[in-house]
Design a protein around this ligand. Structure first.
Ligand code: C5P
Length: 244
């Protein structure tokens, strides 16, 4: 897709290296989330709040507290609902100063989300979850392979005015070559070693950025480390080296 076809806003990419690491707060409640934030201290400035905390309740208080502490927030609700409900959800998110909001739907859902965008909020379209592979897509009834579906979803998302996509590092390079540099790529599924958990399309820190990612989401490799702060600092040091 040539850049000229995209209606997406041009993203000014002055991203501080330290903000390129997004840590998902996949913990059961606000107290556990804030304990982790406290433990990580200056090692992390960008946090992702997702389903576990949303269901856990009072996550908007947590979001406001994170902002008060000078942190940035990715609200990873992966909205997938009738357009009017997606619109309302994004409007609610706009009451808090979140940086990223994720939507997981078709054209109408993405359009509804973009229509409600305000302030510095960026809408990211989830392409294909990094825990899915070709066999999973077949199980879900899709007749395409992962790269084709990622490409198609990314192209439509950008044409509809989304600011970026969430995809695996394995697809980031292809998207960059086809769609250029004027949109954001956020890459979860980062694994320092060959993976044994539920993430199937994984890459390592350096690989993700070399492939064209702007941000990486690293959860369990940091949270489950013997010393999470040291693990986060080590990822930050690697990022700093890449962008030095
Ligand atoms: O622990 P781990 O590093 O696998 O964390 C991955 C995080 O990224 C989870 O919070 C998950 O919800 C999220 N995510 C993902 N794949 C996507 C979008 C978000 O794994 N496509």
């Amino acid at each position: 897709m040539p850049d000229t076809e995209s209606k997406s806003s041009t993203i000014a990419k002055r991203i501080a290296p330290h903000e390129r690491l997004i840590l998902p707060l996949d913990v059961p409640d606000n107290a556990a989330a804030l304990a982790l934030v406290q433990q990580l201290g200056d090692a992390v400035t960008f946090y992702k709040v997702g389903l576990e905390l949303i269901i856990g309740g009072e996550f908007t208080r947590l979001v406001d507290e994170l902002l008060r502490r000078g942190k940035k927030v990715m609200l990873d609700g992966k909205f997938f609902d009738v357009p009017e409900t997606v619109r309302a959800a994004v409007r609610q998110a706009g009451k808090h100063d979140v940086t990223f909001v994720t939507v997981h739907g078709n054209d109408e859902m993405l359009r509804a989300a973009v229509a409600e965008k305000k302030g510095g909020m960026r809408i990211l379209a989830v392409t294909v979850l990094t825990s899915l592979d070709d066999a999973d897509l077949r199980d879900l009834g899709f007749q395409v392979d992962v790269p084709t579906l990622v490409r198609s979803r990314a192209r439509r998302a950008l044409e509809l005015g989304c600011d970026g996509v969430v995809c695996s590092g394995q697809e980031a390079e292809d998207l960059r070559q086809r769609t250029g540099n004027q949109f954001l790529i956020v890459t979860p599924g980062i694994r320092p070693v060959k993976n044994v958990d539920d993430q199937k399309r994984t890459v390592d820190v350096e690989e993700a950025f070399q492939m064209g990612a702007d941000y990486i989401v690293v959860g369990r490799p940091i949270r489950a480390a013997a010393d999470p702060k040291q693990a986060a600092e080590s990822v930050q040091a690697r990022i700093a080296r890449i962008f030095a």
